[in-house]
Design a protein around this ligand. Structure first.
Ligand SMILES: [Zn+2]
Length: 214
Protein backbone atom coordinates (compact mmCIF):
# COMPACT_ATOMS: atom_id res chain seq x y z
CA UNK A 1 0.00 0.00 0.00
CA UNK A 2 2.69 2.44 1.06
CA UNK A 3 4.76 1.51 -1.96
CA UNK A 4 1.87 2.19 -4.34
CA UNK A 5 1.28 5.65 -2.82
CA UNK A 6 4.97 6.51 -3.27
CA UNK A 7 4.87 5.59 -6.96
CA UNK A 8 1.67 7.63 -7.39
CA UNK A 9 3.19 10.87 -5.98
CA UNK A 10 6.32 10.39 -8.00
CA UNK A 11 4.29 10.33 -11.17
CA UNK A 12 2.36 13.41 -10.09
CA UNK A 13 5.62 15.25 -9.50
CA UNK A 14 6.93 14.29 -12.93
CA UNK A 15 3.64 15.29 -14.51
CA UNK A 16 3.66 18.73 -12.78
CA UNK A 17 7.28 19.28 -13.77
CA UNK A 18 6.44 18.43 -17.38
CA UNK A 19 3.46 20.80 -17.41
CA UNK A 20 5.56 23.62 -15.91
CA UNK A 21 8.26 23.03 -18.51
CA UNK A 22 5.69 23.21 -21.32
CA UNK A 23 4.19 26.45 -19.90
CA UNK A 24 7.66 28.00 -19.52
CA UNK A 25 8.56 26.96 -23.05
CA UNK A 26 5.32 28.36 -24.42
CA UNK A 27 5.76 31.66 -22.56
CA UNK A 28 9.28 31.99 -23.92
CA UNK A 29 8.11 31.22 -27.45
CA UNK A 30 5.25 33.79 -27.26
CA UNK A 31 7.50 36.50 -25.82
CA UNK A 32 9.89 35.99 -28.75
CA UNK A 33 7.08 36.06 -31.30
CA UNK A 34 5.33 39.16 -29.90
CA UNK A 35 8.05 41.40 -28.45
CA UNK A 36 6.09 44.62 -29.08
CA UNK A 37 3.24 44.14 -26.68
CA UNK A 38 1.28 47.25 -25.58
CA UNK A 39 2.93 47.26 -22.14
CA UNK A 40 6.34 47.65 -23.72
CA UNK A 41 5.71 50.40 -26.23
CA UNK A 42 2.51 52.30 -25.47
CA UNK A 43 3.87 55.22 -23.46
CA UNK A 44 0.48 56.54 -22.35
CA UNK A 45 0.32 57.55 -18.68
CA UNK A 46 -1.54 55.19 -16.33
CA UNK A 47 -4.31 57.70 -15.52
CA UNK A 48 -5.84 57.82 -19.01
CA UNK A 49 -8.93 55.74 -19.75
CA UNK A 50 -8.32 53.43 -22.69
CA UNK A 51 -11.36 53.20 -24.97
CA UNK A 52 -9.70 52.18 -28.20
CA UNK A 53 -11.55 52.64 -31.47
CA UNK A 54 -12.36 49.62 -33.61
CA UNK A 55 -9.66 49.08 -36.22
CA UNK A 56 -10.99 50.54 -39.48
CA UNK A 57 -9.74 52.53 -42.51
CA UNK A 58 -11.39 55.83 -41.45
CA UNK A 59 -10.29 56.44 -37.87
CA UNK A 60 -7.92 53.66 -36.79
CA UNK A 61 -5.93 52.35 -39.75
CA UNK A 62 -3.52 50.51 -37.40
CA UNK A 63 -0.47 51.83 -39.28
CA UNK A 64 2.63 51.83 -37.08
CA UNK A 65 3.72 55.09 -35.43
CA UNK A 66 7.45 54.62 -35.43
CA UNK A 67 8.69 58.08 -34.42
CA UNK A 68 7.26 60.99 -32.43
CA UNK A 69 8.74 64.45 -33.04
CA UNK A 70 5.86 66.72 -31.98
CA UNK A 71 2.68 66.66 -29.92
CA UNK A 72 -0.22 68.45 -31.62
CA UNK A 73 -3.04 70.18 -29.73
CA UNK A 74 -6.55 70.52 -31.20
CA UNK A 75 -9.96 71.72 -30.04
CA UNK A 76 -12.97 69.57 -30.88
CA UNK A 77 -14.88 72.52 -32.40
CA UNK A 78 -18.16 71.23 -31.01
CA UNK A 79 -18.93 73.22 -27.84
CA UNK A 80 -20.16 71.37 -24.76
CA UNK A 81 -19.59 67.86 -26.13
CA UNK A 82 -17.96 65.29 -23.85
CA UNK A 83 -14.76 63.36 -24.42
CA UNK A 84 -16.77 60.16 -24.70
CA UNK A 85 -19.16 61.64 -27.28
CA UNK A 86 -16.20 62.71 -29.41
CA UNK A 87 -14.59 59.31 -28.99
CA UNK A 88 -17.83 57.67 -30.13
CA UNK A 89 -17.99 59.99 -33.13
CA UNK A 90 -14.54 58.77 -34.20
CA UNK A 91 -15.57 55.17 -33.59
CA UNK A 92 -18.73 55.57 -35.68
CA UNK A 93 -16.69 56.71 -38.68
CA UNK A 94 -15.82 53.02 -39.07
CA UNK A 95 -19.28 52.24 -40.42
CA UNK A 96 -20.21 53.18 -43.99
CA UNK A 97 -23.79 53.67 -42.82
CA UNK A 98 -22.84 56.37 -40.29
CA UNK A 99 -19.97 57.65 -42.45
CA UNK A 100 -21.21 57.57 -46.07
CA UNK A 101 -18.76 60.27 -47.17
CA UNK A 102 -15.78 58.30 -45.90
CA UNK A 103 -14.56 61.05 -43.54
CA UNK A 104 -11.20 60.25 -41.97
CA UNK A 105 -10.61 61.64 -38.46
CA UNK A 106 -9.36 60.60 -35.03
CA UNK A 107 -6.91 61.50 -32.27
CA UNK A 108 -4.78 59.59 -29.80
CA UNK A 109 -6.30 61.38 -26.80
CA UNK A 110 -9.37 63.47 -25.96
CA UNK A 111 -9.36 65.65 -22.85
CA UNK A 112 -12.89 66.20 -21.54
CA UNK A 113 -14.81 69.05 -19.90
CA UNK A 114 -14.18 67.67 -16.39
CA UNK A 115 -10.53 66.90 -17.08
CA UNK A 116 -11.10 63.23 -17.88
CA UNK A 117 -8.84 61.78 -20.55
CA UNK A 118 -9.80 59.09 -23.05
CA UNK A 119 -7.19 57.34 -25.15
CA UNK A 120 -8.68 56.32 -28.52
CA UNK A 121 -5.61 54.90 -30.25
CA UNK A 122 -2.50 53.17 -28.85
CA UNK A 123 0.70 55.19 -29.16
CA UNK A 124 2.10 52.41 -31.34
CA UNK A 125 -0.31 53.47 -34.12
CA UNK A 126 -0.96 56.66 -36.09
CA UNK A 127 -4.14 58.73 -35.74
CA UNK A 128 -5.87 60.76 -38.47
CA UNK A 129 -5.61 64.27 -37.01
CA UNK A 130 -2.47 66.04 -38.15
CA UNK A 131 -2.28 65.51 -41.91
CA UNK A 132 0.32 65.61 -43.46
CA UNK A 133 2.17 64.79 -40.23
CA UNK A 134 0.21 61.81 -38.94
CA UNK A 135 3.33 59.66 -39.28
CA UNK A 136 5.48 61.40 -36.67
CA UNK A 137 3.11 63.12 -34.23
CA UNK A 138 0.83 62.39 -31.30
CA UNK A 139 -2.54 64.19 -31.31
CA UNK A 140 -4.61 65.53 -28.43
CA UNK A 141 -8.18 66.78 -28.98
CA UNK A 142 -9.53 69.06 -26.26
CA UNK A 143 -13.19 69.67 -25.34
CA UNK A 144 -14.41 73.20 -24.59
CA UNK A 145 -17.61 74.64 -23.10
CA UNK A 146 -18.40 77.32 -25.72
CA UNK A 147 -17.79 78.61 -29.23
CA UNK A 148 -14.81 80.71 -28.11
CA UNK A 149 -12.80 77.52 -27.70
CA UNK A 150 -11.07 78.41 -24.44
CA UNK A 151 -10.42 75.35 -22.26
CA UNK A 152 -12.12 75.09 -18.82
CA UNK A 153 -9.73 75.05 -15.81
CA UNK A 154 -10.10 71.28 -15.14
CA UNK A 155 -9.58 70.52 -18.81
CA UNK A 156 -6.55 72.82 -18.96
CA UNK A 157 -4.88 71.18 -15.95
CA UNK A 158 -5.38 67.68 -17.39
CA UNK A 159 -4.05 68.77 -20.78
CA UNK A 160 -0.93 70.29 -19.16
CA UNK A 161 -0.30 67.12 -17.14
CA UNK A 162 -0.85 64.73 -20.06
CA UNK A 163 1.27 66.73 -22.48
CA UNK A 164 4.11 67.15 -19.96
CA UNK A 165 4.13 63.41 -19.18
CA UNK A 166 4.20 62.55 -22.89
CA UNK A 167 7.07 64.99 -23.53
CA UNK A 168 9.06 63.38 -20.73
CA UNK A 169 8.28 59.89 -22.03
CA UNK A 170 9.53 60.80 -25.49
CA UNK A 171 12.48 62.88 -24.25
CA UNK A 172 11.09 66.06 -25.86
CA UNK A 173 10.83 69.66 -24.63
CA UNK A 174 7.81 72.00 -24.67
CA UNK A 175 9.15 73.42 -27.96
CA UNK A 176 7.72 70.23 -29.48
CA UNK A 177 4.14 71.08 -28.48
CA UNK A 178 2.45 72.62 -31.50
CA UNK A 179 -1.04 73.55 -32.66
CA UNK A 180 -2.96 72.00 -35.53
CA UNK A 181 -2.62 75.54 -36.93
CA UNK A 182 1.18 75.14 -37.02
CA UNK A 183 0.82 71.95 -39.08
CA UNK A 184 -1.78 72.96 -41.66
CA UNK A 185 -2.86 76.57 -41.02
CA UNK A 186 -6.29 75.46 -39.77
CA UNK A 187 -7.77 77.73 -37.04
CA UNK A 188 -7.39 74.98 -34.42
CA UNK A 189 -7.35 75.17 -31.43
CA UNK A 190 -9.33 78.35 -32.14
CA UNK A 191 -8.83 80.34 -28.92
CA UNK A 192 -5.10 79.53 -28.82
CA UNK A 193 -4.65 80.57 -32.45
CA UNK A 194 -6.50 83.87 -31.95
CA UNK A 195 -4.73 84.57 -28.64
CA UNK A 196 -1.01 84.05 -29.02
CA UNK A 197 -0.47 85.07 -25.36
CA UNK A 198 -2.75 82.28 -24.16
CA UNK A 199 -0.89 79.78 -26.33
CA UNK A 200 2.48 80.93 -24.98
CA UNK A 201 1.13 80.68 -21.42
CA UNK A 202 -0.10 77.13 -22.10
CA UNK A 203 3.31 76.15 -23.42
CA UNK A 204 5.02 77.75 -20.41
CA UNK A 205 2.71 75.84 -18.04
CA UNK A 206 3.53 72.61 -19.87
CA UNK A 207 7.26 73.37 -19.69
CA UNK A 208 6.99 73.96 -15.93
CA UNK A 209 5.10 70.69 -15.50
CA UNK A 210 7.76 68.72 -17.40
CA UNK A 211 10.30 69.89 -14.81
CA UNK A 212 8.08 68.55 -12.01
CA UNK A 213 7.78 65.18 -13.70
CA UNK A 214 11.53 64.63 -14.27
ZN1 LIG B 1 -7.44 70.30 -35.16
Amino acid sequence: MRKRITIHWGRVAIFIAAVLLIIAGLAFFLSRCFPFSREQTDKAPHYVKKLYLKKNPYSRPADALTEVNDIVIHYVGNPGTSAEANRNYFNNLSSRRSNPEGTKASAHFIVGLSGEIIQCIPLTEIAYANYPRNEDTVSIEVCHPDEGGQFAPETYQSLVRLTADLLNEYGLTAEHVIRHYDVSGKACPKYYVENEDAWNRLKADIAAKTEEGK
